[in-house]
Design a protein around this ligand. Structure first.
Ligand code: GDP
Length: 296
């Protein structure tokens, strides 16, 4: 299948047909197009630079220089490098812990944390046959606690009550205690999110992390956030040892360059993609398919 980028790169090469071999300067022109494609897909600039440097090394080898269809060959290399970068690591939820396995959800407000918490609960019930409890530590927004209650019911999981007059740490401890006594396999902890990174929020989630010792700390990020996703990812990965990423709103029209940025910046594997507002709108992340989308 010839992508738009393959066609562009092939056009770049056409005007040098007649030359016996493609030159290094042609490769540089092609890499410039790849760079543009990544920037158009909203991959963060430093991530693009690193990525192009890695591809360049490979592209200057015989594979491209000696190829009859260098444009296509280069796109192949780019695709493979994208998929390898985004696809390394384990994809499903790790539950290898003394039950209840705790999963801590982190991210900015509006990223899709609460929705994703319920989607994951459903996933763990349906695919892994687990007994799942959810709890909200978002004491700043009573509506968020109610929202988790509603979506947890849709997921067929149980919900542990919390209220705005409690401390998030007390809520988390009470939920964990309840989960232990009632033999839950998994406790999903939704946390407060602010509209922007702030120190108090980071401190609070660090405290929760230290107390809960989660087996998974998932960073939930909106794929539509583009360049901003990179900054958010950096702040969260500096505060917490992230074990995975959930990229939400992949049903939107972004080219999803945030996936590459966030993967590279955090080093954590992208485990799931959110594909709708509905409770079943969660898919295991497919790096190869996503590479094609980024390149357009
Ligand atoms: P939170 O503030 O991080 O807890 O975010 P919410 O879970 O409340 O989600 C914010 C908005 O994004 C809600 O309107 C959700 O329905 C919507 N949302 C979450 N995930 C997805 C997704 O994968 N696709 C779409 N289209 N909307 C989503």
């Amino acid at each position: 299948m010839a992508s738009a980028l393959t066609e562009k790169l092939s056009r770049l090469v056409k005007h040098i047909s007649g030359q016996a071999r493609i030159t290094e300067s042609n490769v540089a022109d092609m890499l410039r197009e790849v760079r543009m494609a990544l920037l158009e897909a909203d991959v963060a600039l430093p991530v693009v630079r690193d990525f192009i440097a890695r591809v360049k090394e490979k592209a200057l080898g015989q594979e491209v220089l000696g190829s009859l269809k260098p444009g296509q060959t280069l796109v192949g290399i780019v695709n493979r490098e994208l998929a390898a970068t985004m696809g390394e690591g384990v994809s499903d939820i790790n539950l290898a812990a003394q039950p209840p396995a705790v999963i801590l959800m982190a991210g900015l407000q509006g990223a899709g944390k609460t929705t994703t918490t319920a989607k994951l609960a459903r996933h763990l019930i349906q695919k892994r046959k687990k007994k799942v409890l959810t709890v909200s530590g978002d004491v700043y927004r009573p509506a968020a606690i109610e929202q988790l209650k509603t979506v947890t019911a849709q997921a067929g999981a149980d919900w542990f009550p919390s209220s705005p007059d409690q401390q998030p740490l007390d809520i988390a401890r009470a939920a964990l205690d309840h989960a232990r006594r009632q033999y839950y396999d998994v406790l999903l902890v939704d946390t407060a999110g602010r509209l922007a990174i702030d120190e108090a929020l980071m401190q609070e989630i660090k405290t929760l992390h230290a107390a809960l010792k989660p087996v998974e700390t998932l960073f939930v990020v909106d794929a539509m956030q583009g360049q901003d996703a990179a900054n958010t990812a950096k702040a969260f990965s500096q505060a917490l040892p992230l074990t995975g990423i959930v990229l939400t709103k992949m049903d939107g029209d972004s080219r999803g360059g945030a996936a590459l940025s966030v993967r590279q910046i955090t080093g954590a594997p992208i485990k799931f993609a959110g594909t709708s507002e509905k409770i079943d709108g969660l898919e295991v992340f497919d790096a190869e398919r996503h590479a094609g989308r980024i390149l357009g």
